[in-house]
Write a protein that binds this ligand. Structure first.
Ligand code: XIL
Length: 366
């Protein structure tokens, strides 16, 4: 057979081999199986398997799943004596069916709280809520899920305790109390502290103090989750490496629990993942409504590769890396901190196709 030398032939050959590879063999979870778990966050439509394109990616690529919203207070516990377990129960069924461990998110958080909790006036009532909320939910899913983010985002950027309703009414020991209640209700479930920016030195020091305080009280904490909502071109590699080292010295698992890389301009000078911060949309802040320029895509690939090379270097201490979503179209970063933008933070694009970064992350494991 004579091989045609026309360029189009080679283009077809390359595209065919890429597609063939994706469909047939490789997956992130297999490529990293000797290093760490690779997770994703699922929204309600994915848990209910209404997103059929995403469904194929989820079971092929990931060996850990986190509910993006289904276990948050406002969804699961809307009023004092009402629990809506439907979505969370569906997640358990989905995890069982597909044999994927579930990472619970989250028991105690100041955001996405139900209205009745925000209106609680007395310390006694809030303490009762904390006890009932954690005990009921953690006991129901003990032995059915792998872990809980027991407390999410209890710290300020300077490492001090965030002035949440919990701190105001219960004082700084509420975090230890939350872990104590969870430990009793869920002896078979791993218990984690989760926060954003805790790779940064000051906030990291606050997280280390908090974890040591839980340990000193004789209460179980099994791991720490660094959320990992970072910005393209500004990934804090050095801080991340120092954090893996510092947190693992505490004898707990280190995880990256909500990874995504925004490619869009930040409306503020600070890096944050505070879900309550909002800004106005305009063309400047939404520069790529129809597609990502090649130059930005290349930076995106480079940052992800450098990040995973770092995770690989520390695979002994990194237990899991979870992406905050399956594909770009569903990402919360299309609507936060500015509503209605077009962002490109994940490894699968709007058409559910794997990006260049996806293949590179697999190839660096070989
Ligand atoms: C986000 C979800 O992705 C959105 O769908 C929701 O509207 C707001 O919360 N830190 C966390 C996550 O711990 O729970 C947040 O998830 C993103 C920031």
């Amino acid at each position: 057979m004579t091989i045609p030398t026309k360029p189009i032939f080679f283009v077809l050959l390359i595209s065919f081999s890429v597609i063939k590879n994706y469909a047939q063999t490789i997956s992130l979870k297999d490529a990293y199986k000797n290093s760490f778990m690779i997770g994703t966050a699922l929204n309600a439509s994915q848990i209910e398997e209404r997103d059929s394109n995403a469904a194929k990616i989820i079971t092929h690529e990931f060996n850990a799943i986190t509910p993006e919203n289904s276990m948050k207070c406002e969804v699961i516990h809307p009023s004092w004596n009402t629990y809506h377990f439907e979505q969370a129960d569906k997640l358990i069924a989905y995890g069982n069916k597909n044999k994927i461990p579930i990472m619970g998110h989250t028991l105690v958080w100041h955001s996405q709280l139900s209205g009745f909790v925000k209106n609680i006036q007395s310390a006694d009532s809030l303490s009762l809520f904390l006890d009932q909320h954690i005990s009921t939910i953690a006991a129901r899913y003990d032995g059915k899920i792998f872990s809980w983010d027991v407390v999410n985002e209890a710290l300020n950027e300077d490492g001090s305790m965030r002035n949440s309703i919990f701190l105001q009414k219960l004082g700084p020991n509420y975090v230890v109390d939350a872990f104590r209640i969870a430990q009793k209700a869920a002896p078979k479930t791993e218990l984690y502290y989760n926060d954003y920016n805790i790779e940064q030195p000051q906030k990291r020091a606050g997280a280390i103090n908090l974890i040591k305080k839980i340990q000193a009280a004789g209460v179980r904490i099994d791991g720490v989750g660094i959320q990992g909502h970072w910005q393209l071109g500004h990934v804090p590699f050095k801080d991340i490496e120092e954090s893996i080292e510092a947190f693992s010295k505490l004898g707990i698992k280190v995880m990256f629990t909500e990874l995504d890389l925004t490619v869009l301009p930040n409306p503020w000078d600070v890096t944050t993942a505070d879900v309550n911060m909002k800004a106005e949309n305009n063309a400047y802040f939404n520069p790529y409504p129809t597609g990502l320029p090649d130059s930005v895509e290349q930076m995106f690939t480079k940052d992800y590769v450098q990040l995973f090379a770092l995770f690989q270097k520390h695979k002994k201490d990194v237990f899991r890396v979870t992406f905050w979503g399956v594909h770009d179209k569903q990402s919360w970063l299309n609507n936060w901190p500015i509503f209605g933008r077009t962002n490109y933070p994940l490894l699968f694009d709007r058409n559910y196709q794997p990006k260049e970064a996806y293949y590179k992350l697999i190839s660096i494991t070989k």
